[in-house]
Design a protein around this ligand. Structure first.
Ligand code: GLN
Ligand code: ZN
Length: 766
């Protein structure tokens, strides 16, 4: 029995239906609009987003989820812990300091000297593709209530007549997310300093009549060290003393051993992610004291599918949720991670659209759920609509391709094994390619010049014929191949001129994928991504890259590397169907890539690279799920890679993450060669190879492609010498950290020339 049912969401996307925030930010950064105009754009967006929540019938609007760049950066200012290394005098406007934290600054030093101050680091928000700015802490970090922004946004909402639930990142999660800039202290020690500021904030909210404050502590879903667990109770006793009504919000991952802790904290309510952790919801039904509000995150904030409202209602009516109490219906987490509204998708077919639910639609789903739960007749039309959509998705021939299922269920057990072990493949490959010691190569892409982008745009708009477009891309490829021959690289690439994006390119050629027109999701600041939608069984109607690679190989006697994106990365950077395990979808993509690999081999391409930069990103937040994930993820890669003969050389490439902790699993992928990002951490990864003997060949990146800086030959040689200390010369490749598509030609040419020279020097010495 529910004493009262209310609806709310943990947060709403701030970027705007038409990415208004992005465009306003970029105009401001270009100096085209003033700070005041930017503020107005922000206020308009907030007002619109609150109005949407109110119109949908939610009982609260959520305030505090807006940020001009990032919500963690907002807290850095709110809590007064901007790192001193930025040297702010205090005279700068708050928002201009904010953008300096986010984007760094090039400061005029004495004379002509430019002193630069790098931005705060950025890293992924839990297991999402959203990036936050990492707070920097040292033993002497102090905190103070240092910004009025949060409070003025609350006033704004109240003045618009909304009933407000404010949201803050919790003190423990905020400290957890930061990094320690000095040795010999733990950022947890700062808790005693930060709590008084939270108390000040909460006391003020309470005094000003803000009824509810949602405090996010998603770290309760992690494997926390005991000292962090133990810190919660005393901390929340202090916060409770302010009189504020706190809704403690957890999401993304099951509470497990932290459940008791979370349910016992002296707060007025608990939010659990009932999508990722339905058992938390049931446990809360059993054990959460009845005077506390239970907020159930029933609508998936991480994916874009319409919810099964009947099933959700059944869940809500389950015995274990029957304790009389106030229940709030909610999204599992902030809707920041889904696009704005399906209504913008006029180009997608109606059936597919009816299966989707973005942020705006999720608000409606919540309201429907509430009305249905209360037995309101008005819910039945919407419930029917939802039911019909679900039925059509469940039965659609576009979703379920029997031949794909049949192939998957009949896979031979050795589908993920090369014919022979690496020790036998290696001599076969040596005999075929005659590569020198320390072979040089690149990661795949070459500069995506303005003319390439213009040609692609014209082709997409229908202003350029397929023939002309193909000819233009071939010309780019020919130029890139000629350059590599001249530069003396050993294994060449075609340069990926024809690719807009490494996932989108393949998604557009595979069946089971759809592309939205406006399905943008904020990645960080003004940057948004538009992930493909994997709605159905995946298969490959025709070869995807063979013509380009064959053409490129025809231009040179040197080996031309075929270039593919791996199944796990395609999965990881898409919205994936939720009606079957991710592992199954990964296996389907793997089979499609496998067919492409075999076709490339047949077309005479002897070296094929399958990129898996995102393999580490899929790792579950909890240790418990990791072995299972790594097992199916590495198997998907091996399925893709294993259809070829011993003398075909398979490469893989990884970047963006630290891989030190999954080296054995990476080795189990059994690629003949792995190229891996290292130089940004000064080859820190190599230390791991001192203890873990990587069995196959490996190319640790010798220069950072994220900057236009041209590394010198000596510098590269030094890095290679470092590598040679832990990797035998016979196993070592020489390559940059990642693809060169964001670079310009002049620095690319210069850097690669140095790289080739460094490899030659060392070869002579060895
Ligand atoms: N082959 C891709 C490229 O060079 C790899 C990109 C990546 O690892 N992110 O662009
Ligand atoms: Zn890369």
């Amino acid at each position: 029995m529910m004493l009262r049912v209310r609806t709310h969401i943990p947060g709403f996307p701030r970027i705007g239906a038409n990415r208004e925030l992005k465009f306003a930010l970029e105009r401001y950064w270009r100096g085209e609009i003033s700070l005041d105009e930017l503020e107005i754009a922000g206020r308009d967006l907030r007002a619109r987003h609150w109005a949407l929540q109110r119109e949908a019938g939610l009982d609260f609007v959520t305030v505090g989820d807006f940020a001009f760049y990032d919500q963690v950066a907002n807290h850095i200012q709110l809590l007064g812990c901007e790192p001193s290394r930025f040297g702010f005098s205090g005279a700068e406007a708050e928002l201009s300091r904010y953008f300096t934290l986010a984007r760094g600054m090039a400061r005029e030093g004495d004379g002509a000297q430019e002193k630069s101050c790098p931005a705060l680091d950025m890293t992924k928000w839990f297991d999402t593709n959203y990036h936050y700015l990492v707070p920097e802490f040292s033993a002497d970090t102090d905190f103070s209530l240092n910004s009025e922004r949060f409070f003025s946004e609350i006033d704004e909402a109240k003045q618009l007549g909304h009933s407000v639930k404010a949201v803050l990142i919790g003190p423990l999660t905020f400290l957890w997310l930061g990094k320690e800039k000095t040795a010999g202290f733990s950022r947890l020690d700062l808790l005693k300093k930060i709590l008084p500021i939270y108390q000040q904030i909460l006391a003020r909210l309470h005094a000003e009549g803000t009824e509810w404050v949602q405090i996010d502590e998603p770290i309760l879903g992690l494997d926390l060290p005991p000292e962090w667990q133990q810190a919660f109770e005393p901390a929340y006793h202090q916060l409770a003393a302010t009189g504020a009504r706190i809704l403690l919000a957890t999401y993304f991952s099951p509470l497990k051993e932290n459940f008791n802790l979370a349910s016992r904290l002296p707060v007025a309510g608990l939010h659990v992610d009932a999508v990722r952790a339905p058992e938390d919801a049931l446990l809360a039904g059993d054990w959460l004291p009845a005077h506390k509000v239970l907020s159930l995150g029933l609508i998936d904030g991480r994916n874009i599918w319409r919810a099964d409202l009947d099933r959700t209602l059944d869940f809500l009516r389950s015995e274990r949720l029957s304790t009389p109490r106030e229940v709030w219906l909610s999204a599992s987490c902030s809707l920041l991670h889904v696009p704005f509204s399906v209504s913008a998708e006029t180009g997608l077919d109606a059936e597919l659209c009816s299966w989707l639910s973005f942020a705006a639609e999720k608000l409606q789903e919540l309201q429907t759920l509430k009305l249905a739960l209360q037995g309101e007749a008005s819910a039945s039309i919407r419930m029917d609509e939802s039911r019909r959509a679900l039925q059509s998705r469940g039965a659609s021939r576009r979703v379920h391709a029997p031949e794909v299922g049949a192939r998957l269920s009949a896979l031979p057990p050795d589908i993920d094994r090369r014919k022979s072990p690496f020790q036998e493949r290696r001599p076969a490959q040596k005999a075929r390619f005659h590569l020198p010691l320390l072979p040089t190569t690149t990661i795949g892409s070459f500069p995506q010049t303005a003319s390439i982008r213009a040609a692609r745009a014209a082709f997409r708009r229908g202003e350029m014929s397929l023939g002309d477009y193909t000819a233009a891309m071939r010309e780019e490829i020919a130029g890139t191949v000629a350059f590599q021959e001249e530069a003396g690289l050993d294994v060449l690439v075609h340069g990926e001129a024809e690719r807009n994006d490494m996932v989108e390119y393949f998604g557009e050629k595979l069946s089971g994928f759809a592309f939205t027109a406006a399905g943008w999701v904020q990645s960080y600041g003004s940057r948004c991504v538009k992930p493909p939608v994997i709605y159905g069984d995946v298969s490959r109607p025709a070869p995807m890259t063979v013509d380009w690679s064959r053409y490129a190989q025809s231009l040179t006697p040197k080996p031309m590397k075929g270039m593919l994106t791996g199944p796990v990365t395609i999965l990881q950077w898409s919205f994936v169907r939720d009606d079957q395990p991710r592992a199954t979808t990964a296996a389907q993509i793997a089979l499609a890539i496998r067919d492409e690999v075999i076709d490339l081999e047949q077309a005479g391409i002897g070296i094929i690279q399958i990129d898996e930069p995102a393999i580490r990103e899929g790792l579950p937040l909890r240790r418990e799920g990791r072995a299972d994930y790594l097992a199916w993820a590495t198997r998907a890669f091996r399925i893709a890679a294993s259809g070829v003969a011993d003398d075909t050389q398979i490469h893989t490439h990884m970047c963006y993450s630290e891989f030190n902790d999954i080296l054995p699993e990476i080795a189990s992928m059994d690629a003949d060669v792995i190229t891996i990002e290292t130089s940004r951490s000064d080859m820190e990864l190599l230390e791991a190879f001192a203890t873990f003997r990587y069995p196959n060949e490996i190319g640790p990146g010798v220069y950072d492609i994220h900057s236009p800086r041209i590394p010198s030959t000596e510098e590269i040689e030094q890095l290679l010498n470092k590598a040679l200390a832990v990797i035998p010369a016979g196993q070592l490749w020489v390559n940059p950290d990642c693809g060169l598509k964001t670079r310009a030609w002049p620095e690319t040419k210069a850097a690669l020339a140095h790289m080739v020279e460094a490899a030659r020097h060392l070869r002579d010495k060895l």
